[in-house]
Design a protein. Sequence first.
Lengths: 152, 406
Amino acid sequence: MVSAMEIYQLTPKLNCKKCGLPTCMAFAVALLAREKQIEDCTPLLEPKYEAKLKKLREVMAPVAGATETGLIIHDERCYGCGNCVVACPVNVANDPKGSAIGLGPKSDKVILIVEDGVVKCLNPKECRRFGPNRILCNLCTATCPSKAIEFV
Amino acid sequence: MAVCTGCSLLCDDIEVSIDGRSITRTKNLCRKGFGRYRSLTSDRSVPRVDGRQTSIQEAISRAAEMLRNARRPMLFGWSCSTLEAQRKGIELARRARAIIDDTSSICQGEIVDMIIRRDIPSCTLDDVRNYGDTLIFWGCDPSSSHPRHMSRFSYYPRGEKLQRGHEEDRTAFLIDIRASPTAKILAGNFVQIPPGGDSDLIDAMLAVLDGKIPKVKDKKALISMMNTLKKADMGVIFPGLGLAYSLKGRMDRLKALVDRLNETTRYNVISMVGHYNMRGFNQLLFDETGFINRVSFADGVNHGPMYSVVEASKSCDLAMIVGSDPISSLPAGIAKALARVPMITLDPHRTLTTELSRVVIPTALSGIEAGGSALRMDGVRIEFDAIVKSEYPSDEEVLSRILEEI
Ligand code: SF4
Ligand code: SF4
Ligand code: SF4
Ligand code: SF4
C-alpha cells in the first residue's frame, strides 16, 4: 500500500498552500485519507509536473477503489473463509443469529458478507472507522489469513 | 438453503440463485466451495468404453461384465459419495468378493479409526463452537483446506458459553512445520517444528505435564503453552494430514497425550478429514465389518495392509474407482502399477484416472445434482437435496444398476 511519504515525494513540494492546506505533506496525508483530490493541487497540473502527476495517479489508483472507510479488497487473494465476517463487531451486533454464531449473515445491516467465494463490503457507513466518532478498529483485517483486505 | 460438499464441513447455510441449469449467484460459499459449484459446467466426463464414446447404459453393462469376470477386483474411492452410494458400494464389494478401500487408507485413517472405536474422545463441531475454549490445530492449515472451519465452528464465532469468541474466550495454537496462511492469523501461538518433529514435541509436552524440564529450545514458550492447555474447560485437538503422516504407525503417542490431558481436564479430538464423506464411508464399513478400511470380501471378511489401495493396486486384476483420482494422488510408483490394471471409473469430471480408464461412467455432482446424506468430519449426519436437474445418474443409481446386472 502506498504511504503518505511516497505521495509527498510526488507533490511539487512548493508548500504554496493553493490546495488549502499548509504544506505538501499535509496534502499527501489528506489525499491518502481521501479528504482531498489530486486536482486540488493546481500547480501539479502544470506541464512541468506531468511525470509526477502521472505517477501519482498510478499509485493512487488502488486507493480510489476503496470504500469510504478506506477498506480495500483484493478479490484474487480472498479465500472466502468468512473470518472477517464473523469477527467484525458490527456484524456481530447487527446479526446475532447469523454471523455472530458463525453462520452466513441473516441481516442486511452487516458490513461484510461473502458472495461467490469472495468477501464484499455492503454498508461501509456502519463501520466503526466511519464518521466523526470513528475508532481505529482492525478486527476484520487482523483475522484475514491472506491479507485480502486492508485499510488505506 | 443448500449444502456445500466442497469439504468435510458440509456447510449447510449456503444460498444459491439458479437460472435453469446454471448457478447465477451464491452466498456464504467459500472460494473452495464456490469452485465445486462452478465445476458443474466445466470438464465433465463422458461415457466411454475402450476409448470409444458410448451411452451411459452401455458403459454400465460393460462395467458389470468386467466385474463378473474379475478374479481379484478392488473397489476404491468413496470419500466423495453419499452414504447411500457407499452402502451400495459395500454391497457390491461383497457380491463381487472384492477388496474395498477408501482414501482414508492413505490419509487420516489411523486417527479416524481411534475416534470411531472410541479409543480417544471426540465431540461435535457444535460442541466446539459452544464450549471449546482451547484449540490445537496440528499439522493442518484450515484456512486453505477447510476455509470456514475457524469462522463457523472453532475460533471466531460466539458460542453458548463463549460469548466473546476469539477476542477473549478462546485460545488457539497451531503446530506445523511451515508458516501457513493459518500461521499468519495465529502468529503469537504458532509452534513451528521440524518435519517429523511431532513425536518429540509430544514427549516435551508430556514432560512439562509431569513437572519436568522439556528438551526443547524455547522452554519458556512451551511451558506457558502447557499452562494454557491445562486450564482449558474444554480443549479440542484438530489433527491433520501432517500429524497423520508424521505419527504413522505410532498413533499411540497422540493417544498418550490426549489421555494425559484428560486426567486433569477435558480434551477431544476431531480429525481434519478432507473429502466431504470420508468419515461416512469409514463409519459404514466399520458398522458392517468392524474395520474402517482395507477390507477383503474374497473369503468372508478379512482386513489388513495387503488390502490397502497401495498393496491392492499391485495385486488386483480390476479396479473400480468411485469419485476419486488415485492416478494423480497416489505415490508415483503405486499410480504406475494401478495404471496397468483395467479400470472402471465413476466420476463427474475428467481426471487423469478417467483418461486412463477402460470404462468411464459420468455421474451427477453430489450435493448439487444429486441428493443424499453424508457425515461431517465430526460424524454428524447432514442431508441434502439436489438443487439443479441433471442428465447424469448419481453414484447410487449407477451402483444399483451394476448390482442388478452383475
Ligand atoms: S497546492 Fe500542491 S504544491 Fe501547493 S502546498 Fe498544496 S500540495 Fe504543495
Ligand atoms: S474495521 Fe471493524 S467495524 Fe469496520 S468492517 Fe472491520 S471489523 Fe467491522
Ligand atoms: S477477506 Fe480475508 S478474512 Fe475475509 S473472507 Fe476473504 S480471506 Fe477470509
Ligand atoms: S468450508 Fe468446505 S463445506 Fe464450507 S463452503 Fe467451504 S468448501 Fe464448502
